[in-house]
Design a protein around this ligand. Structure first.
Ligand SMILES: Cc1cc2nc3c(=O)[nH]c(=O)nc-3n(C[C@H](O)[C@H](O)[C@H](O)COP(=O)(O)OP(=O)(O)OC[C@H]3O[C@@H](n4cnc5c(N)ncnc54)[C@H](O)[C@@H]3O)c2cc1C
Length: 490
């Protein structure tokens, strides 16, 4: 008989590993199926943001991760003459999410932490070196056919399946989804080096050298790791641009073999695309399987982590019979427009780096006295949804991310609430009213009062992923908000 799970996750990249952690924390029986024996070894994500760190906090790895990352001061777009075109600074203190706005990381460090945490969970089974080759959704359950390294097959069964299986997703094909191409396709060479001696002159900012002949990105990674991303011109082969002679030639403007060892290099084709369909019945896709972005904002992985945060509590409620399956309809409705907003901004920034559509990207920034432009971080809200009918009235601020105040006792709000819904009220609740969500009052926590002031509301209901489900202004509204029943997924 097939082994039974609540959720089977195909793919053990950052999206799958984060989703598995969140679901495991909810007590679900989780299977993770990964075709490779070991973690992906080539250079990839070097940046993530404060919202993503907040999801890692919910997953339980944020504190350990903080020791391995580096706070990022920001990104600067430079003209071929060395002038600052566009500045995207990030504050150096903790931001509204309770974490810094922007971090530099070495992606394998993150994946290691996520995997180590799952190793300790009795309710998670990882099937390594196993490729999913078949998916059959009966309407009640999904049967997965899994092929091991030596070709033998086994069958698993799960109530729901999430394909976190990357850009060439098998799951996306199974649910019959194409990709909407958002118009960007370029080959870039990515080179990671390990400095042998200190080179503070290279700087801590990410630098985008907007040279129409050959745009180049420099990233200051944690420790002695540094990265350059270099456009590959048409007609240049992968083998040509990755030969050590050519690599050192590219890097000669900044470093020589005296300064650093080459760690890894690879040529990637950066694309921009969003899947047309993210779910069919009990099968869903998340992460790179659902969307692809050029890396100019460092947001590809972050989008997958946001998918995991959006999906985990919904799946947990459905598995536990605490919400109707129609809740899952909100997944694509909410996530696709948010992911697309980041991709479109990244494509515009790509236009500046390539000097193809410099004005389009410069329009993102405010003029400064020195003549350059200054850009603020975008925070697109989720797409429209009534959470599968759970919200009967659609109030202001719904679908925007609520911050994470640090409470008077020094604890971050999410650490107090856990992965659960919370109702934040200004003055307590009327006599006899008992909402299903935990209640925090601004009477006890002045920091929450300031957050309510900022939104100009008297109460706010947060989902487990910390997006706003609804708001209330005045007592009449509050009754409506209390009536919204989002159960705790734990
Ligand atoms: C050069 C570069 C720089 C980047 N920089 C950033 C950045 O700074 N910030 C950022 O946020 N993002 C960045 N990204 C993007 C980020 O790396 C990806 O978005 C992220 O790794 C995607 O994670 P994922 O888990 O969705 O997919 P993947 O990491 O691709 O994982 C998918 C997994 O599924 C497995 N799999 C596939 N098919 C099957 C199957 N049939 N059965 C079993 N297993 C299967 C694969 O083996 C793989 O392990 C960058 C990407 C690149 C290439």
């Amino acid at each position: 008989m097939a082994e039974q799970f609540d959720v089977a996750i195909i793919g053990y990249g950052p999206t799958g590993a984060t989703l598995a952690n969140l679901l495991a924390n909810c007590g679900l029986r989780v299977a993770v199926i990964e075709r490779e024996a070991a973690m992906y070894h080539l250079p990839r994500a070097v940046h993530f943001d404060g919202e993503t760190m907040r999801v890692f906090q919910a997953a339980g790895v944020a504190d350990a991760l903080e020791d391995r990352v580096r706070v990022n001061p920001g990104m600067r777009f430079m003209s071929p003459e060395g002038d600052l075109l566009l500045d995207w600074p990030r504050p150096q203190g903790a931001g509204p999410q309770g974490w810094h706005a922007s971090y530099r990381l070495h992606q394998p460090d993150l994946e290691q932490l996520l995997r180590a945490r799952l190793d300790k969970k009795a309710n998670v089974t990882v099937f390594a070196q196993c490729r999913v080759v078949g998916l059959e959704d009966s309407g009640e359950t999904v049967t997965l056919t899994v092929q091991g390294a030596t070709g033998e097959t086994r069958t698993l069964s799960a109530s729901y399946v999430v394909g976190c299986d990357g850009a060439r997703s098998f799951t996306r094909d199974v649910i019959g989804s194409g990709m909407d191409d958002l118009g960007f396709e370029e080959r870039w060479l990515v080179v990671d080096v390990l400095l042998k001696r200190d080179r503070p002159d290279l700087g801590d900012h990410t630098l985008q050298f907007c040279d129409p002949d050959r745009p180049i990105t420099y990233c200051r990674s944690p420790g002695n790791r540094r990265r350059w991303e270099i456009t590959v011109k048409p007609g240049e082969s992968d083998a040509q641009v990755t030969s050590p002679e050519r690599l050192w030639d590219f890097l000669s403007r900044w470093i020589t073999p005296e300064d650093a060892d080459l760690e890894r290099s690879a040529v990637y084709t950066f694309r921009s695309a969003v899947a047309q369909r993210w779910r069919k019945g009990r099968v869903m896709i998340a992460g790179d399987a659902a969307h692809l972005t050029p890396p100019f904002m460092g947001q590809g992985m972050c989008a997958g982590i946001r998918d995991a945060a959006n999906l985990a509590w919904k799946l947990a409620l459905c598995v536990k019979g605490l919400a109707p399956e129609s809740l899952l309809e909100s997944y694509q409705a909410e996530r696709a427009p948010n992911a697309q907003a980041f991709i479109e901004t990244a494509v515009r920034l790509g236009g500046l780096i390539n000097a193809l559509d410099a004005q389009g990207a410069l329009d993102l920034g405010e003029q400064t006295a020195s003549g350059s432009k200054r850009m603020e971080t975008i925070a697109p809200s989720l797409g429209e949804s009534d959470l599968g009918g759970m919200l009967t009235s659609l109030t202001p601020h719904r679908g925007t991310l609520f911050g994470q105040p640090v409470l008077a006792d020094g604890r971050k709000m999410d650490d107090v609430v856990g992965y659960a819904p919370v109702l934040i009220v200004r003055n307590g609740l009327p006599e006899g009213v008992t909402p299903s969500a935990m209640v925090l009052s601004a009477v006890d926590h002045v920091e929450l009062g300031a957050a309510l002031d900022g939104l100009d509301v008297d109460a706010v209901l947060l989902r487990p992923d910390r997006y706003i489900a609804g708001t209330a202004k005045g007592e009449g509204d509050l009754e409506g908000l209390v009536a919204v029943e989002i159960s705790t997924p734990l």
